[in-house]
Design a protein around this ligand. Structure first.
Ligand SMILES: Cc1cc2nc3c(=O)[nH]c(=O)nc-3n(C[C@H](O)[C@H](O)[C@H](O)COP(=O)(O)OP(=O)(O)OC[C@H]3O[C@@H](n4cnc5c(N)ncnc54)[C@H](O)[C@@H]3O)c2cc1C
Length: 470
C-alpha cells in the first residue's frame, strides 16, 4: 500500500480534533483528519450545545412559573417538540456535518471517513489509506456513554445521553441512573417538561462538588417534584409492560416508562494501535506529560487524555499541542484553576479545590460560606434565589485555593474567582475592589466582608459577618 507523507494526522475530528486541525491548517500545515462519525464530535451534536438548548428552554419554563410569585399570573404549556426542533434544525442540522467537513476541506484538510489506528509511532492506517506524519500524530478519539453491567439492563430499552438529546418526544416517567452533572441537568430539564423523574445516585448529587452544593440541588430537585434516591444502587433491571422496572440494593422497585443511563463516559484504547508506542491499551486513558505528549511526535488530548472531560479542557489542550507541533515551546498545561459548571437551576460553578480536598492536601485554610438569600441581590431576586458562595483560602498567603458559587448565572459569577485564583490575587485585595451594587457577584464581596460591613478578611480571626470561619 502506498504511504502518503503529510505534516500531521489527527485521529478523531471531534470537539478538540477539529479545532486543532483548523489551527494547524491556518498555519499552512498539511493535515489529515481521520473521523468515522461527525466532524465536530460530541459537543455540538450530542453534548454541551444541544443539552444547553434544552436547559435554556427548561429555565424559561421555571421563570414563567415564578411570575405567579413575583409579578402576577402566567401559565406555561411545555412542548418538547419546540426544543427537539431547535436541536435538530438550528444546532445540529439534523446531525449533518457537511458544513464542518467542507470548512475543514476548504482550508486544505484531507478528510478520511474511517476509524484510524497507529501502525508505527508516526504512521496511521485509515481504511484503504496509510499516512506517515512528518510533524506529529494526535490522538483525540474522545469517549462514549458508559453503560454499567447491571443484570438485565441490556434487555431494557434504555436511553443514553445520545438518545435523550435526539428525543423527538418524552416519556411519562423516567428513572435516571447517575446524579452527576449530566444526570442532574437532564433530570431537571425533563421534569420541567412534565416527565415524572427519579434520580438514583450511589453517593450524593454532584459528588465532586462541595456537599453544601449537593444538598442545595437535592432540596431544589425535591421541591420541583424530582424523586432523589441517594446512596442507592441499581442491582437489576427488567422490562415491565412498555417500560422498565429497576431494583435497588434495598430491594425497592422503581417503575418508569424509560430509563436514562447517565453513569459517566467510557473510553476505548484497544483499537488505536497504541502498543506501537509501548502504551498499555487496556488503560482507561492515554497518559501524557504536561505538554500532552504521549511519545516523541505523538500527542493526546480531550476526554481520552483523562484530565477532565470538558470541552474547555479539550480546547485548552489543543492550543498547547498546536504550539508544541509548531515548535513554539508552549507553557506546560496547568489545571489548578480548572473551572467547572453544572447547568442546573441554580447553576453550580466551581474552581480549584473543595474544602475537604484542601484539608486533605494539608493546607491551613479559612472558609467563608455565604447564603445567597442573605445577600442584597439574592434577597431581592426572590423566588429562585437559592444559592451560596463558598471560598476556600490558604491562610499562609491569603490566596484562594478553591471556590464554589451556586445561584442564578453562577457560571458567570465564578469568572471573577477564577481570575483571582489564576492570578493569585490576595483576598485582602479582592475585598478592596468596588463591587457594583446589587449584583450576584457582589455576594463574593459580602462573603469576604466588602461593602464596609465586615470586620476584615476571612483570615481575620474576628471575622464573622454571616460567614462561617474555621
Ligand atoms: C450530555 C453532555 C453534556 C456536556 N456538556 C458539557 C458542557 O456544557 N461543557 C463542557 O465543557 N463539556 C460538556 N460535556 C463534555 C464534552 O462534550 C466533552 O468533554 C468533549 O466533547 C470531548 O471532546 P473530545 O475532542 O475529547 O472528543 P469527541 O468530541 O467525542 O471527539 C472524538 C471523536 O473521535 C472519533 N473517533 C473515535 N475513535 C476513532 C478512531 N479510532 N479513529 C478516528 N476517529 C475516532 C469519534 O467518532 C469522535 O467524533 C458534555 C458531555 C455530555 C455527554
Amino acid at each position: 500500500m502506498k504511504v502518503r507523507e503529510v505534516d500531521v494526522v489527527i485521529l478523531g475530528l471531534g470537539t478538540s480534533g477539529e479545532d486543532l486541525a483548523l489551527q494547524l491548517l491556518d498555519e499552512g500545515l498539511d493535515v489529515v483528519g481521520v473521523e468515522p462519525n461527525l466532524v465536530g464530535g460530541e459537543c455540538p451534536y450530542w453534548a454541551c450545545i444541544p443539552s444547553k438548548i434544552a436547559v435554556r428552554a427548561a429555565n424559561v419554563l421555571a421563570e414563567a412559573g415564578r411570575v405567579n410569585q413575583l409579578a402576577g399570573t402566567a401559565t406555561a404549556n411545555p412542548d418538547w417538540s419546540v426544543v427537539a426542533t431547535r436541536i435538530r434544525n438550528e444546532a445540529t442540522g439534523n446531525w449533518d456535518d457537511s458544513y464542518a467537513a467542507q470548512r475543514f476541506m476548504d482550508r486544505g484538510g484531507h478528510l478520511v471517513r474511517e476509524y484510524g489506528r497507529l501502525v508505527e509511532p508516526d504512521t496511521v492506517d485509515a481504511g484503504q489509506e496509510t499516512f506517515r506524519a512528518r510533524m506529529g500524530v494526535v490522538i483525540a478519539t474522545g469517549s462514549k456513554p458508559f453503560v454499567p453491567p447491571i443484570p438485565g439492563l441490556d434487555q431494557v430499552a434504555y436511553w443514553t445521553t445520545h438518545d435523550a438529546i435526539q428525543a423527538e418526544s418524552l416519556p411519562d416517567s423516567m428513572t435516571i441512573i447517575g446524579g452527576g452533572p449530566v444526570g442532574c441537568e437532564l433530570a431537571q430539564v425533563f421534569a420541567r417538561f412534565g416527565v415524572k423523574v427519579t434520580v438514583v445516585e450511589g453517593h450524593r448529587l454532584l459528588s465532586n462538588e462541595e456537599p453544601e452544593a449537593s444538598d442545595l440541588i437535592t432540596d431544589r430537585f425535591e421541591t420541583e417534584g424530582i424523586e432523589v434516591k441517594l446512596g442507592a444502587h441499581v442491582t437489576k433491571a427488567r422490562t415491565d409492560g412498555d417500560g422498565a422496572m429497576l431494583t435497588l440494593d434495598d430491594n425497592t422497585e422503581l417503575a418508569a416508562s424509560r430509563v436514562l443511563v447517565a453513569t459517566g463516559r467510557a473510553t476505548d484504547l484497544s483499537q488505536l494501535g497504541l502498543e506501537t508506542l509501548g502504551v498499555d491499551s487496556s488503560s482507561r486513558f492515554v497518559e501524557t506529560d504536561d505538554r500532552l505528549r504521549v511519545a516523541e511526535g505523538v500527542w493526546a488530548m480531550g476526554d481520552i487524555a483523562g484530565k477532565a472531560m470538558f470541552t474547555h479542557v479539550a480546547l485548552y489542550q489543543g492550543e498547547i499541542i498546536a504550539e508544541d507541533i509548531l515548535g513554539k515551546n508552549p507553557e506546560p498545561a496547568d489545571y489548578q484553576t480548572l473551572p467547572r459548571v453544572t447547568f442546573t437551576d441554580p447553576e453550580v460553578a466551581s474552581v480549584g479545590l473543595t474544602e475537604d480536598q484542601a484539608r486533605n492536601n494539608g493546607l491551613d485554610i479559612a472558609v467563608a460560606l455565604k447564603d445567597l438569600r442573605s445577600t442584597f441581590r439574592g434577597w431581592l431576586h426572590g423566588s429562585g434565589n437559592e444559592g451560596l458562595v463558598k471560598l476556600v483560602v490558604d491562610r499562609s498567603c491569603d490566596i484562594l485555593v478553591g471556590a464554589t458559587v451556586v445561584g442564578p448565572s453562577a457560571g458567570e459569577v465564578l469568572g471573577l474567582l477564577s481570575v483571582a485564583m489564576h492570578e493569585q490575587i490576595p483576598v485582602a485585595n479582592i475585598r478592596r475592589m468596588i463591587f457594583p451594587f446589587p449584583t450576584f457577584y457582589g455576594a463574593i464581596g459580602e462573603a469576604i466582608g466588602a461593602y464596609g460591613r465586615g470586620t476584615g478578611t476571612v483570615l481575620d480571626p474576628e471575622y464573622r459577618n454571616n460567614a462561617i470561619l474555621e
